[in-house]
Design a protein around this ligand. Sequence first.
Ligand SMILES: NC(=O)c1ccc[n+]([C@@H]2O[C@H](COP(=O)([O-])OP(=O)(O)OC[C@H]3O[C@@H](n4cnc5c(N)ncnc54)[C@H](OP(=O)(O)O)[C@@H]3O)[C@@H](O)[C@H]2O)c1
Length: 338
Amino acid sequence: MGMVAGLIGEREAEARTMKVIMADRYGPLEGLAGREIQRPDVGEGEVLVRVRAAGLNIADVFGVRGSPFPIRLASGLTRPKYGVPGHDLAGVVEAVGAGVTGFKPGDEVFGEGRGTCAEYAVADPDRLALRPAGTTPEHAAAMVMAGLAALHGLRDAARLQAGQKVLINGASGGVGSFAVQIAKAMGAEVTGVTSTANAELVRSLGADHVIDYHREDFTRSAARYDVILDNVENRSLSDVRRVLAPRGVLVLNSGTGASGLSLLVRLVWPIVRSLVSQQKMRRFLSTPARADLEALARLAEEGKLRSAIDRAYLLAETADALRHVATGHARGKVVVAI
Ligand SMILES: NC(=O)c1ccc[n+]([C@@H]2O[C@H](COP(=O)([O-])OP(=O)(O)OC[C@H]3O[C@@H](n4cnc5c(N)ncnc54)[C@H](OP(=O)(O)O)[C@@H]3O)[C@@H](O)[C@H]2O)c1
């Protein structure tokens, strides 16, 4: 009897564990390893999701490295508070905490969770929505951070209008591949800047014009754009402003390559310059909200938005997947299937 009870207890304990990829310290991606840890408890106002796919972003690489330093303000100053990478997820609701309305166990969802390179992750229900019909978990997970950044950059920061000319620098990456499609869905004329190898992908996403940066310098073009979404920020602000219409908006969406004084200039100068110029330069911080996830889901269901997936990795290959993201040359999105 005692032995049977012992075995049942062991099985129950096993059932409450989960496979994750994690690191206890900040450092290189090589420090990530597979582990079996306790499943997170679902707290009041939280949802526990059985993760089926995690979408990866450069923010996840920064989170593992603990660099650039400001990332630690959210993830833990000296060591990661929860060393499992991943924010984007798609999966099935396993349990809901007290006070959660709108989701129930069994719902297929996508959105943001904590540590999604795992079999289970806790999520804030305000940052989840129902997975769009006709999408796989991989495609839905891929959409979250990058799709929302594209939506927030074009709709909110740029206030893009139908009929406007928009240029997207870095059009084949995570944010860019969604931005091309969202700008088209909003009725804009879209020019995408990308490398030779990715020109066809950008065209297939609906871009009206593609500039191959190996052959042509977009800042020397005769065209003037009402909106420029710059996901790369590899050119000086004055170079980029040359092709911005007199009342155009330049949305700066990277800055990660700059450091020290040049980073300060890229952060402060756009604000100062926008005070005295008709041309505006804006930065934005994209945070997930259910209504915006639903907006992406609607576009996906209408056939206007799809995730361009570069490659799906297995959970055990998460470090390789993050290394690919870190190159800054993924074609569309990198995901982990769990
Ligand atoms: N504001 C926010 O809240 C927010 C949210 C999410 C992301 N972001 C930021 O958005 C940026 C882009 O993220 P992502 O996920 O799209 O990155 P990504 O997937 O790595 O894409 C990078 C893109 O840059 C292109 N690229 C690289 N070198 C280039 C060059 N010399 N000229 C033109 N294009 C070049 C790549 O194209 P090729 O491979 O063809 O070179 C690729 O399309 C990151 O800096 C990220 O931190 C901001």
